[in-house]
Design a protein around this ligand. Sequence first.
Ligand code: C2E
Ligand code: MG
Ligand code: MG
Ligand code: MG
Length: 282
Amino acid sequence: QRARAKAAPWGRFMADDGQQERRQMALLGEFSEALASGAIWVAYQPKFGLAENRVIGAEALVRWRHPERGPIPPDDFIPLIETEGRARELTCHVLDHALADLSAWLPGRPDLVVAVNLSAMLLQEAGLKDLVGDALARHGVPPANLTLELTESAIIANAADAACRLAELRELGVKLSIDDYGTGQSTLSYLRQVPASELKIDKCFVRCIVDNPHDRLLVRSTIDLAHALDMTVVAEGVEDAACLDALRLIGCDVIQGWHTGKPMPADEFAATIGCTSSRLAA
Ligand code: C2E
Ligand code: MG
Ligand code: MG
Ligand code: MG
């Protein structure tokens, strides 16, 4: 029976719970080794400034190149790593790599800002400010060149700690960004309380703005609201020129998506921004 389920084209959806759990446990067992060996690495996706008309930074996105299973998407291992209490290790790894790469690019592009995604549970860590501050100091990167992206659900789930942690991070001088905006339970009071300087509109709203006037109106009023709150607006998931043109027309500041660049290795990103020195070449 199991063999038949495996052979079916939809086999992976039919995998029984036991098999699924064994796969997850195996992955967890390989996590430390994967961090150490470089199997877990960091890709960079360009953030393109419309006013600047050039790449103004990048988002660091974690990747796991598994020796047998091939590339494992972050959505397939991050929830596991987080529920097993390993979010701190993952974040430190990504932060460390991102800041090492950024420090090699800054001499050529001092304005460049790299964004790192912060796991929700890190908002409960009293040592978060020191963790980030120490990493910046280690790599000699000014705080203003780092953005930390947080989803609204992460902020709401940790509301009690979030206000304090986020204030500490702002004191440090790093930028804060609200990720996947529109997919959680956004309220006006929460927008007013979070000291973020950037709002990223989720790709599910951005995708349809060319064909769907209703979505376009939603995105447009979100942009206006964010600007009224002095925030920069990033549109995620921009896949073609028509979408970019529509976003430009309604006042969006920054574009991130396949149209302006897919997530890529550090040396490729360095070439994109015209920096010859990547960390490896330096
Ligand atoms: P996110 O932070 O919202 O990142 C944007 C996601 O959209 C990325 O997926 C990116 O590859 C994808 N994307 C970008 N442009 C396009 C486009 O034009 N079309 C489409 N269809 N997709 C696009 P990815 O890399 O699979 O990451 C998924 C999520 O995993 C991220 O969503 C983030 O929440 C999480 N993640 C990634 N890296 C890290 C990390 O280092 N730490 C933590 N805690 N979470 C991470
Ligand atoms: Mg993000
Ligand atoms: Mg996002
Ligand atoms: Mg996301």
